[in-house]
Structures are given as C-alpha cells and as structure tokens.
Ligand binder design. Sequence first.
Ligand SMILES: [Mg+2]
Length: 168
Amino acid sequence: MILYPDLYCEGVTAVTIEILRQHNIKGLILDIDNTLIDYDRNMDEKIKLWVNELKEKGIKFCIVSNTNKVDKVKKVSEDLDIPYFYFAKKPFKKGFLKAKELMGLESRNIAAIGDQIATDILGANRCGMFSILVKPISEKDIFMTKVKRPIEKIIINRYLSKSKKEKV
Ligand SMILES: [Mg+2]
C-alpha cells in the first residue's frame, strides 16, 4: 500500500545503525517540521548526537522540506551540517530525486524519514525509497497539517493492526 510506511518509529533517534544496515540503507532524507524541530523551532540535543553518530558510521544525509521559510531550514542545516532542499512540494518526486543525486545513492539504499503520510511517506514510496514514519514532535501544527492528522491516524492504526511490519 503506497500510503503505508515501511517502518514506524517513536522518533528519528529510534532509527539505529542496526536498523539501517538491516535494510541496506546508506543515506537518509530528513523532513524538518515536527520530525527534527517543533513548532517553535526547538531541536532536541539528542538529534544532533544521533546525526553525528550515524555520520561516523558512514550514513549520508540530506534535508528535504516542504517549508518555504529558508531561514528555518538553513538554521537546521547548519546546526546538523547537512545539505538541504526546501519548498520541495512533497509528495512530488523532485526533492527526493535531487537529494538522491546529491548523495550519489540508489533509491533502494535511501530511507526518507518524516511525520506525515501524505507528503513524506507517499513521496518516498513513489520514489522506491524506504519510508520511515515518525511520531510528530509536537501536537501543535500548521492548519493544513491539522486537517490531515485524523486521516493519518486512521491509516496508521490500520497499518499497525493489519501489517506484520516492524514498529520501533
Ligand atoms: Mg513534517
């Protein structure tokens, strides 16, 4: 099912090197809003440590965000030392494919991590990438995201009850 993630996690830091190796993942595409930072743009220190640890293990990173707020993306990109593409219009493939090209990896060796099914997961699945859904950091969302959340909950619940896929 194109709307189902390959993996569902509590947050990005739950995605370990073991999980990535198990699925032959060599590069990660990261969403920003509610995946790395909350509504007020705060980022947990643990995320920085997580990125650095995976970098040391040879994992490549790229940020692909739908936001048009370049200052916000730039700040996260600088804090984590990860290149970025913004205003990406996920679930369209373009942003994912740009990130893929930049990382120099095959789609099957890339995982995209995000908190939204309709953008992050759908886009990754369309590109043949491994898709990882994370719980949103905060409940506070921009209006359009708020509208989509109840629908996402239905899909996630159905996914968790029916699928034999992993949950971390
Ligand atoms: Mg998001």
